[in-house]
Design a protein around this ligand. Structure first.
Ligand code: ZN
Length: 187
């Protein structure tokens, strides 16, 4: 079975020791029913299993465990990430920016997952000038044009300040380029 980014991230969260529903929900940017659905899929494919524990006040608590199969899946995925990271380092050193861009276009969350699984980290990415590879880091939320250090960018608070209509799904972590900002309409 092919797992997607969220599935793998949840497996990773369980491996990191987040074993309760609430704990996993806190690190995942997911709605409750979405998380339930993924946990069901992971349970059915025997990547995780769950037990119930009784809390101090007698309340029942769901505890999620990683199975051997789940552990193996993570190890396989880590191998892939480590290999890709070595490839990316080679490309970065060789100055093959186009190929790096293509890798991220093919798999937008790859570097984010590398950071999540500690294959690399933010200081390393900064040092190598590779932070732009993080999904959504420096891209305009609407047109996906790259926002460099020198381009003007507009945040959710700017949109609110001008009483423009907030683009659907835009969050405080996103920015807009000047073109897209100017095209926004008033409420
Ligand atoms: Zn834009």
């Amino acid at each position: 079975m092919e797992l997607d980014t969220n599935d793998l991230k949840i497996l990773g969260a369980v491996k990191k020791g987040l074993t309760t529903f609430g704990g996993i929900k806190n690190v995942m940017n997911l709605k409750k029913d979405e998380l339930v659905k993924i946990l069901d899929i992971l349970d059915e494919s025997e990547m995780i299993r769950s037990t119930t524990d009784t809390g101090l006040l007698g309340q029942k608590k769901l505890i999620i465990h990683l199975t051997d199969k789940g552990e193996q899946k993570i190890q396989e995925y880590l191998e892939i990430l480590r290999k890709k990271w070595r490839d990316m380092l080679d490309l970065a050193i060789a100055g093959e920016r186009d190929q790096l861009d293509q890798m991220i276009k093919d798999n937008p969350f790859m570097v984010n997952m590398m950071v999540f699984f500690k294959v690399t980290d933010l200081p390393t990415l900064s040092r190598l000038n590779l932070r732009f590879l993080l999904e959504g880091k420096h891209l305009c939320y609407k047109c996906k044009k790259e926002l460099t250090r020198f381009t003007q960018r507009f945040s959710v608070s700017d949109v609110r300040k001008f009483q423009f209509k907030l683009p659907r799904g835009m969050t405080t972590r996103d920015d807009l380029c000047a073109d897209c900002f100017n095209k926004l309409t008033k409420h």
